[in-house]
Design a protein around this ligand. Structure first.
Ligand SMILES: NC(=O)C1=CN([C@@H]2O[C@H](COP(=O)(O)OP(=O)(O)OC[C@H]3O[C@@H](n4cnc5c(N)ncnc54)[C@H](OP(=O)(O)O)[C@@H]3O)[C@@H](O)[C@H]2O)C=CC1
Ligand SMILES: Nc1nc(=O)c2c([nH]1)NC[C@@H]1CN(c3ccc(C(=O)N[C@@H](CCC(=O)O)C(=O)O)cc3)C=[N+]21
Length: 287
C-alpha cells in the first residue's frame, strides 16, 4: 500500500511558518499583498480563487480579487495590469488562466512586472528557471518539489516521466527536476506507446486533465506517483488523473486528490508573495 504524500498537512505546516514571517514584516510596516485577476467565470479557477483567499486570510496576507467580465478586452486587461505594476503596495500579481479567447495569454503574461510575477510564467522568470537560477518558481511545480523533499524522496539519478507539457505544470517542473539531477522525459498527446514509457518511470507525474486515465498497468511497481489532475468524474466527484484505488496497490508513494498537489500550490503562492514582500523591504525586489 502506497504511503500518502500529504499535501494538506504540509501546506498547514508551511502556513504556520509564513504567519511568523508575515508578523515580522508587519512589524517593519509592510503587509504582503497579492492581487488576483480573474476574467470570466471558469469554475476550476473559482475554486482556486476561493481557496487562495482562505489561506491568505489565515496567514495575514492581504488579497485583492479583481473579477472582470468574460467579455473584457485585451486592452482593458492590460490597463488593469499596468495599474497593479505601478501600485507599490502590491507585491504579487496573478492572472488566472485560462483567459477568454479574445485575449492573448502571452501578451498578458509579458505585461506583468517579472518582479511581481508570483506564478513565474513571465519569459524572464521561465528563462531564469531553465538556466538553473530561478527568481520566481511556478507554484504547482514548486509545491511538488517541496512535497517530495518533505518525504525525503531524492531526484538525483531518478528516471522521471512527466505527462503534460503545459506552462503551468509540465514545462517548469521538467526544468526544476533537471536542476535537481533527475533524468526527465516529458510526454504529451503525440507521445507513442505512452504506458510503455510511464511503466519505466521511477517517478511519474500525471498532469493531463483526464479523469483516472492512469491505472496500475501504467505504473512500475514501487514507483512514486504524483497526481496533479483536478477533474470531475461522471458522478460529479473531484478526481485526479490517476485511478487512486488501483495505483495505491503498486506505488510506493502517491499524492491524493484532493489534499495532495492542490494545497501545496496555494502554499507556494503564499510563500512567493511573502518572499516578494521581504525583497521589497531589503530593496532588492519590487520598488
Ligand atoms: N493541483 C493543482 O495545483 C493544479 C492542477 N491542475 C490540473 O492539472 C491538469 C493539467 O493541467 P494543465 O497542465 O493546465 O493542462 P493543459 O490542458 O494545459 O495541458 C494538458 C497536457 O496534457 C497533454 N495530454 C492531453 N491528453 C493527453 C493524452 N491522452 N495523453 C498524453 N498527454 C495528453 C496535452 O498534450 P498537448 O500539449 O499535445 O496538447 C498537454 O500537454 C488539469 O486537470 C488541471 O485542472 C493544473 C494546475 C494546478
Ligand atoms: N495563473 C494561474 N496559476 C495557477 O496556478 C492556476 C491557474 N492560473 N489556473 C487554474 C489552475 C488550477 N489550479 C489549482 C490550484 C489549487 C487547487 C486546489 O486548491 N485544490 C484542492 C482543493 C479542491 C477543492 O476545493 O475541492 C485540492 O486538490 O485539495 C486546484 C487547482 C491552479 N491553477
Amino acid at each position: 500500500m502506497a504511503v500518502k504524500l500529504d499535501g494538506k498537512k504540509l501546506s498547514q505546516k508551511i502556513a504556520v511558518q509564513l504567519q511568523q514571517d508575515v508578523e515580522k514584516l508587519k512589524f517593519l510596516g509592510v503587509t504582503p499583498k497579492l492581487a488576483v485577476v480573474l476574467v470570466g467565470d471558469d469554475p476550476a479557477s473559482q475554486v482556486y480563487v476561493r481557496n487562495k483567499r482562505r489561506m491568505a486570510q489565515k496567514i495575514g496576507i492581504e488579497t485583492s480579487d479583481l473579477t472582470l467580465p468574460a467579455a473584457t478586452s485585451e486592452a482593458e486587461l492590460l490597463q488593469t495590469i499596468a495599474k497593479l505594476n505601478q501600485d507599490s503596495t502590491v507585491h504579487g500579481i496573478l492572472v488566472q488562466l485560462p483567459l477568454p479567447p479574445q485575449i492573448n495569454e502571452e501578451t498578458i503574461i509579458q505585461a506583468i512586472n517579472p518582479l511581481k510575477d508570483v506564478d513565474g510564467f513571465h519569459p524572464y522568470n521561465m528563462g531564469k528557471l531553465f538556466m538553473g537560477d530561478p527568481y520566481a518558481i511556478p507554484c504547482t511545480p514548486n509545491g511538488i518539489m517541496q512535497l517530495l523533499s518533505e518525504y525525503r524522496i531524492s531526484l538525483t539519478g531518478k528516471k522521471v516521466v512527466i505527462v503534460g507539457r503545459s506552462k503551468i505544470v509540465g514545462r517548469p517542473l521538467a526544468a526544476l527536476m533537471i536542476n535537481h539531477n533527475a533524468t526527465v522525459t516529458v510526454a504529451h498527446s503525440y507521445t507513442k506507446n505512452l504506458f510503455e514509457l510511464t511503466r519505466r518511470a521511477d517517478i511519474l507525474v500525471a498532469a493531463v486533465g483526464r479523469a483516472e486515465m492512469f491505472t496500475q498497468t501504467a505504473i512500475k511497481s514501487g514507483a512514486v506517483v504524483v497526481d496533479v489532475g483536478i477533474n470531475r468524474n461522471d458522478a460529479g466527484k473531484l478526481v485526479g488523473d490517476v485511478d487512486q484505488m488501483k495505483v495505491a496497490d503498486v506505488a510506493s508513494y502517491l499524492t491524493p486528490v484532493p489534499g495532495g498537489v492542490g494545497p501545496m500550490t496555494i502554499a507556494m503562492l503564499m510563500k512567493q508573495t511573502v518572499k516578494f514582500a521581504e525583497r521589497s523591504v531589503k530593496g532588492i525586489g519590487n520598488d
